[in-house]
Design a protein around this ligand. Structure first.
Ligand code: DOR
Ligand code: ZN
Length: 351
């Protein structure tokens, strides 16, 4: 097979940032995807419908001028859940029509999560409202207890937080974001057949690389993201889940740009920038699994179905072509290093 034509995909988990960074990264996503769920972990975080409306306007204003008139990119906004999120804000979000979910960051779990939730108990009224009106909760599923090993934080989150949460809110619609472990893949798979309340996004980098990538010949900061890459058996479980054809697994890049100097530093920020070559990376992963035939549903159908949005009608073509990921990209007056810079890929999205 030398070319693959599929329904234009959506990215169900994306960090776009703001200002110059937004203007630099947005064209990469808009080139490939029709829509993206935009993460709210700005500084300060996007906690209100009013702030999300203003952020949405800034994103739309940052879209590349040269986009063909028949091409659209729609940002799907999210709000950052805090201990103080009110049920009224949840209802306003639903009424807005452009806020599609709330994002739960356990406080301290990752980049810009200081304002996150300190105890889910504080969010009970907001969660009740979300459950009642069908507003999805997107979860960064890691415990933050410093006594828990970094590589175990997702697994422990399932037992200590996710299972009790789902028992208390049986109708709450949840996306377990960027899953990285066999335990998460198994848990979501187990719920997938029976219920329609739980789904998971899977990044391209967690499908392609295991934690050795972080330590290959030295410490490699561009591979450091959260949740961190895991052992090979976990990667294999994620590949099985993503290529299973189960509707509870769909594409979310978690592309998270940090300037080169912030990555290549004594205390490197968490995040891998993959928006530049997202579909090419996913195609690589699906081809290695012998499952290119299941890429379209994972990338273009299951996410829209879960969010109750129409599937896209445009199509994109990905051609077999050997090319090298550039060493760096423009990022305002700084530089941005795409993940696996300098390596060779075998698929390329047609212009
Ligand atoms: O690696 C990550 N980077 N994980 C996250 O959860 C946040 C993200 C970011 O915003 O940089
Ligand atoms: Zn993220």
């Amino acid at each position: 097979m030398d070319s693959l034509t599929l329904t234009r995909p959506d990215d169900w988990h994306l960090h776009l940032r703001d200002g110059d960074a937004l203007r630099a990264v947005l064209p990469h996503s808009a080139r490939q995807f029709a829509r993206a769920i935009v993460m709210p972990n700005l500084k300060p975080p996007v906690t209100t419908v009013a702030a999300a409306a203003a952020y949405r306007d800034r994103i739309v204003a940052a879209l590349p001028a040269g986009m063909p008139p028949d091409r659209h990119f729609t940002p799907l906004m999210t709000l950052y859940l805090t201990d103080d999120t009110s049920p009224d804000e949840v209802r306003r979000a639903k009424d807005s029509g452009f806020v599609h979910a709330f994002k739960l960051y356990p406080a301290g779990a990752t980049t810009n999560s200081a304002a996150g939730v300190t105890n889910l108990r504080h969010c009970w009224p907001a969660l009740e409202a979300m459950q009642a009106i069908g507003m999805p909760l997107l979860i960064h599923g890691e415990v933050t207890d410093p006594a828990v090993d970094l590589f175990d934080r997702e697994r422990v989150f399932i037992d200590e937080q996710l299972i009790p949460l789902r028992a208390a809110f049986t109708n709450l619609r949840i996306v377990f974001e960027h899953i990285t472990t066999r335990e998460a893949a198994d848990y979501v798979t187990d719920c997938c057949g029976r219920e329609r309340t739980l789904a998971a996004t899977i990044t391209a980098h967690h499908l392609l690389y295991n934690r050795n990538a972080i330590f290959q010949g030295g410490l490699r900061p561009h591979w450091y993201c959260l949740p961190v890459l895991k052992r090979e058996p976990h990667r294999l479980a994620l590949v099985t889940a993503a290529t299973s054809g189960r509707p509870c697994f769909f594409l979310g890049t978690d592309s998270a740009p940090h300037a080169r100097h912030a990555k290549e530093s004594a205390c490197c920020g968490a995040g891998a920038f993959t928006a530049f070559h997202a579909m090419e990376l996913y195609a690589e992963a699906f081809e290695r699994a012998g499952r290119l035939d299941r890429l379209e549903a994972f990338a273009s159908f299951f996410g829209a179905d879960f969010y109750g949005l129409p599937r896209n009608t445009e199509r994109i073509t990905i051609r077999r072509e050997t090319w090298t990921i550039p060493q760096s990209l423009a990022f305002g007056d700084q530089e941005l290093v795409p993940l696996d810079a300098g390596s060779t890929l075998h698929w390329r999205t047609a212009a």
